[in-house]
Design a protein around this ligand. Structure first.
Ligand SMILES: [Zn+2]
Length: 530
């Protein structure tokens, strides 16, 4: 390495040319897609500001990374082609599947698709890599003029400093973090690292479990209308059954759902655990309260839908409790497509992610799989404490809410915040229904457990005494007209059970039963559609 060259103009001229080239080729497409998503999530009010801030932060990031790399010619000669290579892959994913490099994309590439990829590498991918290398080669042979190089550097430094100061004051540099995590070349390393730290173990465990789809025969009679079937399971969070309007609660906190045709609430639904990480496996596997262990050794209902050719997705606004056992991580990883809280944070650029942030990912999944049978699990943040962080401002309809530690707040403040989360859940579930209204579709919702709002001095869930308000849960069902045209009797049977004692044990069997799937694994007594 030539020490004099490090701070020389020649060094700068080379670095800035790569910054401009790399930015246009691989970062602008990401910026465009992030702004598109941002508009869908938060409206277009601050779109220009967000775009400008990210624009300059990315330029600064590239300038620093490329400057450091070019300190050593050998390092630059090895790393820069690698960066262009991964940039081309990122563009390929973005343009073909409109998806960023996230957990699901890596899982797909490393896991189930790897065999396929080895046999057949898509031509478009090969082409984009070849083009990226050609551009790299050309840029590497040239350098920018002295004046443009210095002017560009000053331009980047001035505006990116302003952007960083703004981000520091307003977001405590959260935006910078999400820029590092979302833009090439750093996003590639971040995502792969994140995947191996947080999800690889869950994927390995999923593969090691006994595959129930291989233990039993499953069949699905041809449907007469030849319409694909969409089955949605919404896993709620901390929503107790006695405080929702459809069960007769005095406050109108679910106005949209109570006026939705074919919407049913189960008034006596129960859970057997007040822990999220036990409740979710109990809902999605055939394990019941007495044999919880089975939920840790066997695959879930997702594997059955997959076996039957459904496109499967896990769209969660919670993490997967990485490293904690037992948990539902391995269940989520059974799906073809996985999105969770870290993806929502990174892609939205917001630390607080509302459940509605999951909807654009649902839209993408539906569009990418149109014409296929689909099974989707949503995992909501729902009514988890802190309540005010669960809904956008316009859903703060009951005031005042609790702004400090729950023990210091009045009962009214706690109930107001809790009810606001329910009003937002009403919106969220109705948005899912709106997307399925014209399809042959059925949706089931069940909260993982209830919630104590200072009854008996308890706040939250997971208290060993398991009081009633933590064990009584909200549970709903909905079906579309097209579904009813073909399965009227099944849904009538389900409707009859709305005031019976039911529990999480019913969910596995009902999701299969209500999808008209036939198998010996289905226990008729636990199938709500029988
Ligand atoms: Zn929970």
């Amino acid at each position: 390495m030539n020490r004099h060259k490090v701070f020389s103009i020649t060094h700068l001229q080379k670095v800035i040319l790569h910054v401009i080239g790399y930015f246009i080729l691989f970062c602008l497409p990401i910026l465009y897609s992030r702004l598109h998503l941002h508009g869908a999530l938060q409206g277009s009010d601050h779109l220009f500001l967000t775009g400008a801030l990210e624009f300059f932060m990315v330029l600064l990031l590239l300038t620093i990374v490329f400057w450091l790399i070019h300190l050593n010619r050998i390092v630059a000669g090895i790393l820069m082609p690698i960066f262009y290579f991964f940039g081309a892959i990122s563009d390929y994913f973005l343009f073909n599947f409109s998806r960023h490099i996230d957990v699901g994309a890596i899982q797909e590439t490393l896991g189930n698709e790897l065999a396929l990829v080895q046999e057949f590498i898509p031509l478009a991918l090969v082409l984009s890599v070849v083009i990226a290398f050609i551009i790299y080669y050309i840029l590497n042979r040239y350098k920018l003029g002295k004046v443009p190089a210095i002017a560009t550097l000053l331009f980047i430094l001035t505006f990116s400093s302003a952007a960083l100061v703004y981000d520091h004051v307003v977001n405590h540099l959260f935006m910078l973090r999400s820029v590092v995590q979302s833009y090439m070349p750093t996003s590639g390393f971040y995502s792969v690292g994140y995947y191996f730290l947080h999800y690889y173990w869950a994927e390995q465990e999923a593969v090691a479990r006994t595959d129930i789809s291989e233990l039993y025969e499953f069949s699905m009679p041809e449907n007469k209308a030849n319409e694909p079937l969409i089955v949605v399971m919404v896993v709620g969070e901390s929503l107790r059954g006695d405080m929702v309007e459809p069960n007769g609660y005095a406050i109108n906190n679910m106005p949209k759902l109570v006026s939705t045709p074919n919407f049913i609430s189960f008034s006596k639904a129960k859970t057997y655990t007040n822990l999220t990480r036990e409740a979710v496996p109990l809902m999605l596997t055939r394990a019941e309260r007495d044999n919880f262990e089975e939920s840790l050794t066997e695959t879930s209902i997702i594997s059955v839908f997959k076996k039957l050719g459904f496109a499967t997705a896990w769209i969660g606004n919670q993490g997967l409790f990485a490293g904690v056992k037992p948990t539902f991580g391995p269940i989520a990883m059974e799906s073809d497509y996985v999105v969770n809280r870290s993806d929502l944070r990174r892609l939205s650029g917001n630390q607080i992610t509302y459940d509605g942030y999951m909807l654009p990912f649902f839209d993408d999944f539906l569009a990418a799989n149109s014409g296929k049978n689909i099974f989707v699990v949503f995992h909501m943040m729902g009514s988890h404490w802190e309540f005010d962080e669960r809904y956008p401002k316009e859903y703060m309809q009951l005031m005042p809410t609790c702004r400090s530690a729950p023990g210091l707040c009045s009962k009214e403040e706690l109930f107001n915040g809790y009810n606001n989360t329910i009003i937002y859940t009403d919106y969220f579930l109705k948005e899912i229904i709106n997307r399925l209204d014209q399809q042959r579709a059925i949706m089931l919702y069940a909260s993982d457990h209830g919630f104590s709002l200072m009854e008996g001095g308890f706040f939250s869930n997971a208290t060993p005494s398991k009081p009633k308000e933590q064990m009584d849960i909200a549970m709903f069902a909905w079906a579309s007209d097209k579904y009813l045209q073909q399965h009227r009797q099944m849904f009538a049977d389900l409707r009859k059970k709305r005031d019976q004692d039911i529990s999480h044990d019913h969910i596995f069997h009902s999701l299969l039963g209500c999808s008209n799937i036939k198998s010996d694994i289905i226990d008729g007594k636990l199938n709500l559609c029988e």
